[in-house]
Design a protein around this ligand. Structure first.
Ligand code: UN1
Length: 496
């Protein structure tokens, strides 16, 4: 079949990788469907992109922030017009069902309009000076050239979470999209270009993490790195960035628990668990991967949940009747398989699924059955390690306090959910769950762009996207204006 060839975007020009090499972007539902060939970039391509971003920074930083924001408003409007096409492109390259890829594009639209408002805020502070006739304030400054490394599971939303706040703050960007899903980043950046973004302000270098990402992290002219991906890679990114003292925002794994108490609305809890576990084929860092069931409802919940998991329709996400798309690639299938084996070896019971789907049309892509494991105990590896696939564990408990303890007994801390009608317990859980996000009577997935997004423990290193991204993409400058016309020595001339 014929397929398009895409180039890197460097200083406003579309350029192939210097090596001439490309990486094929395949539809995970049908590997014979080639979405396109994308550059396989190396350090020399990264160097060109960083140089272009550095050049563009000299002028972009001086564009008034409200004007920078207008580019985002126009980009948001363009994305609205192209939503259907971009959603279809995304389902083709990533696999998740159309309803979800429409949501992914919508998240970028929401982000554009939310962050555009920052163009007329970017607030600093004024504060009294300790000296007379002296004025003190703080202002937000851009950081400079920033490097953005994004994952395949939210191929447009997550790039928008990074690009838009970086841009409104006056930075210029080099983005390395995920190897599996570069097209959605191209579509997002095309919307920015059509909205009037000047050349060089955003540059794209496609390629693998090692060959493209590492030189970006290490480049001396890159002033900050924002990364979303696995904790394993995030640890590497953080260590490399530390060598050149770069601020680095790391958004990583989860092992998110939904707790269901005896008094919960059971149907609601079932709906939430099903969506949280198998939405995006379980490939969200916020996905529900542990369902903690109080013993009074455990048997009833389990029977209903297993029946509903077995009834889910798995297939090509472009088919509107499909509920669960493929996994993104063969490596992810291997991980799901491996974790089911580990769980069974440790004594868990297979209640639904557990295997790759390979018959008929499934053989064209990378599909895995929605999988439910019962009899899981909190110390098993399946209860502690991230799978990033359609594999969920059921864990039973006696008391509310035990549930909180189990929920917190892992190395991650991204999202949590509690289903109950008891308002006292709800507020105790909000206080006690160790996670960046807690939902009450709603699933672990579904964050909105204008709240802080991120986690504690091995999920992150303290930064937040959404509300919080501007803090990462700006640096504070303290400003003192002395209008006394004499030397005034702080801590000395005004001391008793
Ligand atoms: C992710 O999985 O990396 O809250 C992001 C959610 C989405 C974002 C998920 N809005 O599930």
């Amino acid at each position: 079949m014929t397929f398009p060839t895409y180039h890197n975007l460097i200083g406003g020009e579309w350029l192939p990788a210097r090596s001439g090499k490309t990486i094929l972007n395949l539809n995970p539902a049908d590997h014979s469907d080639i979405v396109g060939a994308f550059p396989s970039s190396h350090a020399e391509d990264v160097n060109l992109a960083v140089a272009a971003a550095k050049k563009a920074y000299a002028t972009w930083r001086l564009v008034p922030a409200p004007k920078r924001a207008e580019v985002l408003v126009r980009a948001g409007l363009i994305l609205q017009q192209r939503k259907e096409q971009y959603a279809r492109d995304m389902t083709r390259e990533m696999g998740k069902v159309l309803a979800e890829t429409r949501g992914d594009v919508q998240e970028a639209i929401d982000e554009a309009f939310y962050v555009a408002g920052e163009g007329r805020r970017l607030f600093g502070q004024t504060t009294p000076s300790e000296l007379q006739n002296k004025f003190a304030m703080s202002v937000r400054m851009p950081v400079g050239v920033v490097g953005l490394i994004t994952p395949w599971n939210f191929p447009m939303a997550i790039p928008s979470w990074k690009l838009f706040p970086a841009l409104v703050s006056g930075n210029t960007c080099v983005i390395k999209p995920a190897t599996d899903t570069p097209l959605s980043t191209y579509n997002l950046v095309q919307a920015l270009i059509d909205a009037g973004l000047p050349p060089g302000v955003v540059n794209i270098v496609s390629g693998s993490g090692g060959a493209t990402g590492t030189p970006l992290i290490e480049h001396p002219d890159v002033r900050a790195i924002s990364f979303t991906g696995s904790s394993e890679v995030g640890s590497f990114v953080g260590q490399r960035a530390a060598a050149t003292f770069k601020p680095v925002s790391l958004e990583m794994g989860g092992k998110n628990a939904q707790i269901v108490l005896n008094d919960a609305n059971l149907e609601l809890a079932l709906d939430g668990a099903l969506w949280g576990s198998f939405g995006t084929t379980g490939q969200r860092c916020t996905a529900t991967s542990r369902i903690l069931l109080q013993k009074g409802i455990a048997a009833d919940f389990t029977a209903k949940f297993v029946a509903r998991a077995k009834a889910l329709k798995v297939g090509n996400g472009l088919d509107e009747s499909v509920e669960v798309g493929p996994q993104v690639n063969a490596g992810q299938i291997e991980t799901s398989k491996k974790y089911v084996e580990i769980a069974l070896a440790e004594g868990a019971k297979l209640l639904a699924g557990g295997h790759p789907l390979t018959d008929g049309d499934y053989s064209k892509g990378t599909f895995f059955e929605p999988t439910v494991l019962g009899g899981v105990t909190p110390t098993m590896r399946i209860a502690r390690e991230e799978v990033f696939g359609p594999v969920v564990s059921l864990i039973e408990f006696d008391t509310f306090e035990q549930a909180i303890e189990i929920a917190n007994s892992i190395d991650y801390g991204l999202s949590t959910a509690l289903y109950t009608r008891d308002v006292n317990r709800a507020f105790a859980a909000i206080r006690d769950l160790e996670a960046g996000i807690t939902y009450i009577n709603a699933p672990t997935i579904g964050a909105e762009v204008h709240l802080p997004f991120g986690g504690v423990k091995q999920t992150g290193n303290g930064h937040r996207e959404g509300l919080g991204a501007i803090d990462f993409f700006t640096t504070w400058k303290a400003v003192y204006v002395d209008y006394s016309d004499k030397l005034q020595r702080a801590q000395i001339d005004n001391a008793e």
